[in-house]
Design a protein around this ligand. Structure first.
Ligand SMILES: [Fe+2]
Ligand SMILES: [Fe+2]
Length: 332
């Protein structure tokens, strides 16, 4: 810092002892500048609209599956018992479906060839791609709603949530590795190509776009199953899970025992404090299964021209409430 504020000649003289007083003066000035910068930073926060402050403070990723929203911490057995529909596949019938499926199968060759069994890096690359469709679809449906002056009828929120869920997966894996500069460049290039390609695909045919995403998620389930297999057969070491999937350790004073204990404030998947990467893979794979089923469902709805899912959901909810089978929407 000091070197950037004073000329090199002055600094050299100062180091040799000939300019001791000016250096002290400069050090004092530096400290004042730092204090001013700090106070300006504080002013920026003070000027922040209160509602923005509150929203930033409250912002946290919300899980996608109901299983992760309970108060009980999930064990490995709980995670293994989640039905993720192993081997579930939508049979491609139309030309669009077949094109979507073959494109996804072809694209799979790239990570299979380049990353092979480097599962952490594969997961990072996959999530940077998988987080795009929800955002693009949500954005385009938002635009359609504005253009047509009509409501969106239940699509946008889910799609944006899917994108956020994928981004959480990415952030979780980023706690486990540091991608090389070359891999970061690959991610940049892949995003540039994929975002634009998916955008135009969605503009031209939302049905094929959702079908493509459904097949992409089928492959995500397969990839995470391979990840699990390699953890189980010892090819990869099973490390402790990143804390963002479990919770933050926090000191807590237990009045009954009169001692300080460490408790974990729940986070995202609400796993056990001793959860491992294997548990996280099980949880992430369960999320991918939701994305797979949701996107095939959306493609089906477009195919039969019944896109007002909100109306049908409300009807079903009312009917279930009447029969006493209450299914309250999550507070999230
Ligand atoms: Fe994901
Ligand atoms: Fe996904």
């Amino acid at each position: 810092m000091l070197r950037t504020l004073i000329k090199p000649q002055i600094l050299n003289s100062a180091v040799s002892g000939r300019l001791l007083i000016p250096v002290r003066t400069l050090a004092t000035q530096t400290s004042v500048i730092q204090q001013q910068a700090e106070s300006r930073k504080y002013e920026v926060i003070e000027n922040m609209p209160r509602d923005v402050f509150r929203e930033v403070l409250a912002s946290r990723s919300v899980p996608m599956r109901e299983e992760f929203m309970g108060t009980q911490r999930l064990t490995t057995d709980d995670l293994e018992s989640i039905d993720f529909g192993p081997g579930k596949h939508h049979n491609a019938k139309t030309l669009g479906d077949k094109a979507a499926y073959r494109t996804v199968r072809f694209l799979r060759l790239l990570p299979d060839t380049y990353f092979k069994r480097n599962h952490y890096m594969r997961a990072v690359m996959l999530e940077t791609i998988a987080a795009v469709p929800g955002m693009v679809g949500g954005m385009l449906r938002h635009m359609k709603s504005l253009r047509n002056l009509t409501d969106d009828n239940g699509w946008i929120d889910h799609m944006l949530h899917e994108a956020a869920n994928e981004r959480f997966h990415l952030m979780t894996w980023m706690k486990c590795l540091e991608p090389s500069r070359w891999n970061r460049l690959l991610i940049l290039g892949a995003q540039g190509v994929f975002f634009n390609a998916y955008f135009w695909l969605y503009v031209c045919s939302p049905k094929v776009a959702h079908r493509f995403c459904g097949y992409l998620e089928e492959e995500a389930v397969v990839s995470y199953t391979h990840f699990l297999t390699d953890l189980d057969n010892g090819y990869l070491k099973n490390e402790p899970a990143p804390t963002c999937a479990i919770g933050k350790p926090n000191d807590f004073f237990d009045l009954s025992d009169k001692c300080t204990k460490i408790v974990f404030i729940p986070e995202y998947y609400n796993l056990q404090p001793n959860a491992t990467v294997r548990d996280v893979v099980l949880a992430v794979r369960a999320d991918e299964a939701v994305h797979r089923d949701a996107n095939h469902f959306f493609a089906d709805r477009i195919a039969i021209h019944r896109e007002n899912i909100l109306e049908e959901v409300m009807k079903k909810h009312e009917e279930e409430t009447r029969r006493g089978k209450v299914h309250e929407p999550s507070a999230a």
